[in-house]
Design a protein around this ligand. Sequence first.
Ligand SMILES: C[S@@+](CC[C@H](N)C(=O)[O-])C[C@H]1O[C@@H](n2cnc3c(N)ncnc32)[C@H](O)[C@@H]1O
Length: 455
Amino acid sequence: MELPLAYKERMEQLLGEDYSSYIKHFEKERHYGLRSNALKINKDKLEAISPFQIKPIEYINNGFYYQENEQPAKHPYYYAGLYYIQEPSAMTPANVFPIEKGDKVLDLCAAPGGKSTELGAKLQGTGILFSNDISNSRAKGLLKNIELSGITNVIVSSEPSEKLAHHFKGYFDKILVDAPCSGEGMFRKDPSMIKNWSAESVLEYATLQKQIILDAATMLKPGGLLLYSTCTFAPEENEAVIQHLLDHHLGFTIEPLPKSNGFDNGKPEWINSSHTELENCIRLWPHKINGEGHFIALLRKEETASNTTVKDYSYKKNNQQVKIVTEFIEENLLLDFDYTRIDIIQNKAYYLPEGMPNVKGLRLLRTGWYLGEIKKDRFEPSQSLAMGLSLNQAKHAIDFSVNQEAVIRYLKGESLRIEANKGWNLVGVDGYPLGWGKSNNNMLKNKYYTGWRWM
Ligand SMILES: C[S@@+](CC[C@H](N)C(=O)[O-])C[C@H]1O[C@@H](n2cnc3c(N)ncnc32)[C@H](O)[C@@H]1O
């Protein structure tokens, strides 16, 4: 692995005697991780039922290492959304972010969802998770991961941070900026990033990050928290971006973050800053923890800043169509539903989060929990409805054991000969929903979402 000379010189200058340990980490194997999804399962239960060997990550309460030769994405439990596969150090930003139930949380640079899926799990169905990414194609992958995780109180958009900042002044309780960066912390995991690195690109990223963090600051409520993270080491993209925010918004303070063994402080001296509180930030180094590199800062906005002017959402529902959805829910589900929160857009029914804001004019991929489609006078439930339920919330369910070959056949889209109640059945594995099936004369028509099939 040949590192650029300018990179090596800079790291040697910054790290001093630590440089040789840093360089030696490239000779060691990288680490593989997965994180249990608290919307579906707790970490002890996952550890107990895991079909492959997993070992707790020392610094992430719901994270595990797995061995390189395992394939956790090729297992029915993955299809049931029980865990998310993620490099261990990348779990830290969402892990240390103090999210409270009922918070309105923005994940500004969210695709493919490594942080959003954990933020959604921390909200436990309360408040709002607003996940955004400037790239529409990446936002589609983000939406899939959010749906697979069973997050229902969600809005997914694809906008530049600037456009959102115009719309959501002073609105969010918590904002995560997992910024686009030069990726120096991921060189061992993804050597292709080394080819794209240059001293100039570090400065280009720094300019973009300064813009994005100011946009995020605008969208934060008085007293709200902003968590900034990158997977790079360059001080220009880390401490200097935080200093830029402090210079432009005098009311922000840097909050302390919990530091596990091996976590390093931020380095104000690397940018000759007088803000010694930059030491409150976290620097993760691949030679000091079992994981790759990251930087994390937590900032609080002053209480006296001005509050939001965002209006509430105005519903466009058609009562006849809402009735069709309501009848389906009453016939098939055991669920406490607030029917006033159902919205219908082009024959598609959505369950909007409580306190849904006005989102007019934004490029949206999802508003709320997509329940399904109204086709003439009948209702076809969606894959995301299945993923947001627990198996006992369906009046009729088929629960396969993970060892039954029917599970894979179901995930491949095959129809199954099986005794079942006539009509809609929620199909699951070991008590966790996978998707829908429709039964007639003991033949289960497969309604698993075609785009997610097991290949
Ligand atoms: C480091 S990645 C995010 C990874 C993600 N948080 C995760 O954990 O899965 C940075 C993302 O920022 C997005 N991005 C770049 N510029 C942006 C902007 N101006 N506004 C919003 N998103 C932006 C990129 O498309 C990219 O997906």
